[in-house]
Design a protein around this ligand. Structure first.
Ligand SMILES: *[C@@H]1O[C@H](CO)[C@@H](O)[C@H](O)[C@H]1NC(C)=O
Ligand SMILES: *[C@@H]1O[C@H](CO)[C@@H](O)[C@H](O)[C@H]1NC(C)=O
Ligand SMILES: *[C@@H]1O[C@H](CO)[C@@H](O)[C@H](O)[C@H]1NC(C)=O
Ligand SMILES: *[C@@H]1O[C@H](CO)[C@@H](O)[C@H](O)[C@H]1NC(C)=O
Ligand SMILES: *[C@@H]1O[C@H](CO)[C@@H](O)[C@H](O)[C@H]1NC(C)=O
Ligand SMILES: *[C@@H]1O[C@H](CO)[C@@H](O)[C@H](O)[C@H]1NC(C)=O
Ligand SMILES: *[C@@H]1O[C@H](CO)[C@@H](O)[C@H](O)[C@H]1NC(C)=O
Ligand SMILES: *[C@@H]1O[C@H](CO)[C@@H](O)[C@H](O)[C@H]1NC(C)=O
Ligand SMILES: *[C@@H]1O[C@H](CO)[C@@H](O)[C@H](O)[C@H]1NC(C)=O
Ligand SMILES: *[C@@H]1O[C@H](CO)[C@@H](O)[C@H](O)[C@H]1NC(C)=O
Ligand SMILES: *[C@@H]1O[C@H](CO)[C@@H](O)[C@H](O)[C@H]1NC(C)=O
Length: 859
């Protein structure tokens, strides 16, 4: 309640302040008055009008300040016209006006041009003037002043006045003025009114501010032969039939014909028959009529009667409005009626061309955000005009929605490598339709704000390569669960310590990216939970922090592990080195592999695996959540892989048959994990135990490599192989390695070939004393290739791709390591198969080794 009252009184206070301001404003509060080309930051009050002008520097980034030649600076020239801003560079240059009264208002916008041979070329340019994305007018500059004026009902808080080079000289502008009009004025339809002419009859000089509080420029027309100028010293008031608020000063002069036999005629030409004209004629009786005198007249346009008979009211303004089109020349006649004893009179007239502006603009909220971001980060980009229009010059680094009807929304922004510093701008919270936001590789600091999580459409968020501090907001992680793809450094290891084993190349060391997808979110959650636990523990008992790998390891105590696994109650697997349990860290499921206490031999593998997983991060490699190393209790905590290992899906009487496509995808996933180990890490890592049971599947059947107990990194960069004691699993073991005791990445390629064959055939690596590779080769030799494919698929595969994969698998499992492809090749080939695209030819060695098996029925 108190809160509400406070809020309410703030509102009232604001309203009062606004009112006070409106009253105290000297009536220029609805004005933006820009003198283009004067020194940045300068302001002045114009002698003639009392209007306060400012420099244009705050409204535009581009262009050059210029001054007209002194020969043109005659005394009567408006001060604003003596300088100008010229635009020799961009095709399109835009002023951004943001009137504080905002959208939904009618504004008069006036652009003024005075060439004055500023460039010593004596060549007057021609260019286009735009309001946002809509062409307003072509400007053909002559030797004298040109004014372009439009009355514009805005649908946006931003008004962009753009000058567009059309190859006929550099655009320039001398002054830009915006005036807030009363909303009832010129309220005929929603079109914008481009001023054609505005005349003040009988006047000897221009009337504008402050006589006209809307600062319309009323041009004098007097001393016309055959016409008599008349004027009054009494004020002329506004009648009920006028909404245009023509000032008294304008109405107090008029012209009349010499006698009633003459009509007053005004004529003009149209450059295009389709142009429409809106004509406002203003009348007031400013002569004192005798009792037996009447002034009465009709109005004709192109000899067609339009209104009358009418008699102007004494010192009271009446406005008559007409539309006209479909002609090349027009004649408006004010013609006395027979009854009239006095000749026709006219005080003022305005003619406009209505133009329909599409006014498609960026939604204000998004535009505001963009301008705010531009200024917050001091971006020096050519960001000008509306961010999203015209569609062919959208601001660099953003993409906008494609709708036709509504205002445009920003749907993606990429400000990577833009040198941004400071915190993430709160203004970003207002880009409510954004789907992809890339702020990576800047110098951003501070914490990652939680408002990013409330951007409902956000699907991609890249933040890596910055210097953020603190944990990620839980809301963001929650959102990542629902599909946000988030990339940011693992904040657990800001520096390179995790890579002390030397297994990451420089690139990945700096950007250890955790891709958070639906499938891997719980890993991140787990990591952060763990980090939090560690942090808490650190503060509780710093002495306990004796580390075995790095300073910020996700190390768990045995009692924590006991708690996580609910006292080791849920066994999900048994392996060579121990038992695997399911556990819960917070709400996140994890897999805990405990080494059997008797197995002293497993400790080295345990150590190898932990340090390797700490330094390797890839979507197709199971992530480490933590580990436990307390006396004889040694365990590794991994992300939970809901679908277990590939082996159970292929062979162990699994009822659900993996589809052909799924098998390809699994092969592709696993290949990518291996490719990363071989080619993404320096020095490369050889897994040494690639097999179906070491390929785990998450709830989406995304495959990840696991079990790195045997993995070895090549510590010496020059070595192409290392000699080790033979390890691995029979059936998958590289025969060359077995014979020569030489370990290379190609050994993994061999094993991977066997895995691929298992995927294809549904037969295990070794069954009833024939290995799958020999079986496949024998089938090929018999020419019965179709029978190679797992019969459980019941023909549900595409023959050509299947053949490609068989070929690839057999090549991988070639006895000679040099003939095997690299994992890079394998990934590419599998991708092609997945895409259904025609696979590239593998290198010649591979094709050769398989040539003999090619039968006529194979392709
Ligand atoms: C009209 O003519 C009179 C007399 O020649 C002159 O004083 C006045 O300035 C003229 N007005 C205009 C607007 O030219
Ligand atoms: C109007 O003036 C013209 C010449 O100035 C004259 O010929 C004509 O008779 C006049 N008409 C009237 C009704 O006074
Ligand atoms: C007249 O205007 C119409 C519609 O704006 C345009 O299509 C046409 O080309 C114009 N004609 C000329 C002669 O400018
Ligand atoms: C109007 O009345 C005045 C006398 O009051 C007279 O001089 C004038 O001619 C009359 N005008 C007309 C048009 O009747
Ligand atoms: C334009 O004028 C011509 C005759 O001048 C007429 O036939 C035609 O119907 C008019 N079109 C419109 C749209 O008024
Ligand atoms: C002109 O005057 C006559 C007689 O005074 C009157 O009957 C008629 O209605 C008047 N016409 C107009 C258009 O006012
Ligand atoms: C905008 O869309 C294009 C084409 O889809 C894409 O290439 C570009 O990366 C996108 N830009 C941003 C900032 O997302
Ligand atoms: C952003 O742009 C960079 C290149 O400047 C590119 O590498 C990166 O993929 C882009 N980000 C997104 C999300 O498209
Ligand atoms: C961060 O700032 C430093 C200097 O302040 C600069 O050398 C470095 O290039 C910046 N990094 C990025 C990614 O902009
Ligand atoms: C978001 O926009 C609203 C108005 O649309 C504004 O009041 C608010 O200050 C903006 N938020 C930020 C963080 O700029
Ligand atoms: C991040 O901050 C550290 C120290 O605070 C600094 O050494 C490093 O250069 C910063 N990185 C970037 C990209 O600015």
């Amino acid at each position: 309640m108190t809160l509400f009252r406070t809020f309410y009184s703030v509102l009232i206070l604001q309203a009062v302040l606004t009112l006070v301001m409106v009253h105290a404003q000297d009536d220029q509060s609805g004005f933006i008055s820009i003198d283009c080309g004067i020194a940045e930051g300068s302001t002045y009050t114009d002698d003639k009008t009392g209007i306060n002008y400012v420099s244009d520097a705050g409204f535009i980034d581009s262009g050059k300040n210029q001054e007209i030649l002194s020969a043109y600076k005659f005394n009567t020239l408006d001060f604003q016209l003596k300088t100008l801003r010229s635009f020799p560079e961009n095709t399109r240059n835009c002023y951004t006006l943001k009137p504080k009264q905002g959208k939904g208002n009618r504004y008069l916008i006036r652009a003024r041009f005075m060439y004055g041979n500023y460039d010593f070329k004596s060549l007057t340019p021609e260019f286009d003037l735009y309001l946002g994305n809509d062409k307003w007018s072509r400007v053909s500059v002559g030797s004298s002043t040109i004014d372009n004026e439009i009355i514009h009902l805005t649908s946006s808080n931003y008004i962009y006045v753009c000058l567009v080079n059309i190859g006929l000289g550099n655009p320039f502008i001398s002054a830009l003025e915006l005036r807030l009009l009363d909303n009832t004025m010129y309220a005929d339809g929603l079109r914008s009114l481009n001023l054609f002419l505005r005349k003040n009859y009988g006047a000897s000089e221009i009337v504008r501010y402050a006589d006209d509080k809307y600062d319309r420029k009323w041009n004098p027309v007097a001393n016309i032969s055959g016409l008599t100028d008349v004027q009054t010293s009494s004020p002329v008031s506004l009648g009920s039939s006028t909404k245009e608020k023509v000032p008294s000063k304008v109405m107090s002069t008029a012209i009349k014909t010499t006698n009633t036999s003459f009509d007053f005629v005004s004529s003009w030409k149209s450059t295009n028959e389709t142009d429409e004209f809106f004509i406002y004629v203003h009348f007031a009786e400013i002569e004192t009529l005798k009792i037996n005198e009447t002034r009465q007249f009709n109005i004709y346009i192109n000899d067609v009667y339009r209104d009358g008979p009418l008699s102007p009211l004494d010192h009271t303004t009446s406005t008559y409005f007409f539309r006209a089109n479909n002609a090349t020349s027009y004649e408006l006649a004010v013609s006395s009626t027979r009854n009239s004893t006095l000749p026709a009179i006219i005080n003022a007239m305005e003619i406009y061309n209505p133009i329909r502006l599409q006014q498609q603009q960026t939604e204000d909220q998004d535009a505001t955000t963009m301008w705010s971001i531009k200024s917050t980060y001091g971006l020096k980009r050519n960001w000008q005009g509306d961010p999203c229009v015209p569609r062919d010059s959208v601001w660099d680094g953003i993409n906008c929605s494609n709708n036709v009807a509504d205002n445009l929304r920003i749907i993606s922004m990429n400000l990577s490598f833009s040198g941004l510093s400071g915190e993430i701008a709160p203004a970003l919270a207002n880009l409510t339709m954004i789907q992809s936001l890339d702020l990576s590789n800047n110098n951003l600091t501070g914490s990652v704000p939680k408002f990013l999580a409330s951007l409902d459409s956000l699907k991609i968020l890249k933040l890596e390569g910055n210097n953020f501090t603190g944990p990620l907001p839980a809301e963001l992680l929650e959102k990542a669960k629902k599909g946000l793809l988030l990339s940011i450094e693992d904040s657990g290891d800001q520096d390179g310590d995790a890579c002390h084993t030397g297994s990451c190349n420089n690139d990945t060391r700096k950007k250890v990216v955790i891709a958070v997808t639906t499938s891997t979110i719980f890993v991140l959650l787990a990591i952060f939970t763990v980090l939090w636990i560690i942090k808490r523990r650190k503060t509780q008992d710093p002495s306990k922090r004796e580390d075995f790998i790095g300073p910020t390891n996700p190390r768990f105590t045995y009692s924590e592990v006991k708690k996580i696994t609910d006292n080791f109650s849920n066994v999900i697997g048994k392996g060579g080195f121990g038992t695997v349990f399911s556990g819960l860290i917070g709400d996140t499921r994890a897999a805990v592999k405990m080494l059997s206490e008797s197995s002293a031999q497993g400790y080295k593998e345990f150590q190898a695996e932990v340090s390797l997983l700490m330094s390797v991060h890839h979507k197709n490699i199971t992530s480490l959540v933590g580990y436990c190393d307390e006396g004889s209790h040694k365990g590794i905590i991994y992300e939970y892989m809901a679908n277990g290992n590939l082996r159970t899906h292929l062979f162990d009487g699994s009822r659900n048959v993996l589809s052909w496509k799924k098998r390809l995808q699994i092969g592709y996933d696993a290949a990518q994990g291996l490719e990363y180990m071989h080619h993404g890490c320096t020095p490369p890592i050889v897994h040494r135990d690639v097999k179906c049971s070491n390929i785990l599947l998450n709830e989406n059947l995304q495959a990840k490599l696991a079990d790195f107990g045997l993995s070895k990194a090549f510590t010496n960069g020059d070595a192409t192989h290392v000699s080790t004691i033979i390890a691995g699993t029979p059936g998958y073991l590289d025969p060359e390695y077995y014979i020569k005791n030489r370990l290379t990445e190609k050994s993994d390629v061999y094993s991977f070939g066997i895995v691929l064959l298992e995927l294809i055939t549904g037969r295990p690596a070794i069954s009833t004393d024939i290995s799958v590779i020999h079986w496949v080769k024998s089938m090929v030799e018999k020419g019965s290739v179709e029978n190679i494919i797992d019969p459980r698929l019941q023909g549900g595969f595409e023959f050509n791709t299947a053949w490609k994969v068989v070929e690839l698998a057999v090549t991988c499992a070639d006895r000679s390591s040099v003939k095997r492809p690299t994992m890079k090749d394998v990934v590419m080939e599998l991708k092609n198969c997945l895409d259904g695209a025609k696979p590239n030819n593998l290198n010649q060695n591979m094709s050769l080794s398989f040539e003999s098996m090619e039968g006529p029925n194979l392709r």
